[in-house]
Design a protein around this ligand. Sequence first.
Ligand code: FES
Ligand code: FES
Length: 157
Amino acid sequence: MRYTLNLNGKDTAVEADDPDMPLVFVLRDLLGLRGTKYTCLEGACGACTVHIYGVAVRACQIPVSDCEGAAIVTIEGLSTAGDHPVQQAWLEERVPQCGWCQPGQIMQAAALIAEDPAPSEEDIATGMSGNLCRCGTAPRILKAVARAAEITRRDAQ
Ligand code: FES
Ligand code: FES
């Protein structure tokens, strides 16, 4: 079956035999966008987070048949130059360790800040609590999200 996704701003056709194929595998295996990672495949870790219509969702839980025409943004499309405020803050705070969870963390953080560019510490902790990191980067992630929000507010002035 052929599906058309609006992927990172471009209409993109993809052939998927199984309508239940999770979006994460459509992105990685059929479209070659390997920035989106996966770990649990049960909606529990956040490694596969992408945006659909600007909302952070878990791509392991969305079948391709639900994505026809959907506006999807992956880590590859978050910014053209890799300079989204979250990406700037991630570099400033030297967040990643092994890196595996980081695309999902960044996509979650970007959606959080888009919804509220002035989140409290508690908002950030709650908003990021579903994205797990086995390398212990959570403290740096929380600092980086706060920093990204500052950059976003500064850029809006
Ligand atoms: S791989 Fe999707 S939430 Fe863990
Ligand atoms: S940086 Fe290694 S899992 Fe998060």
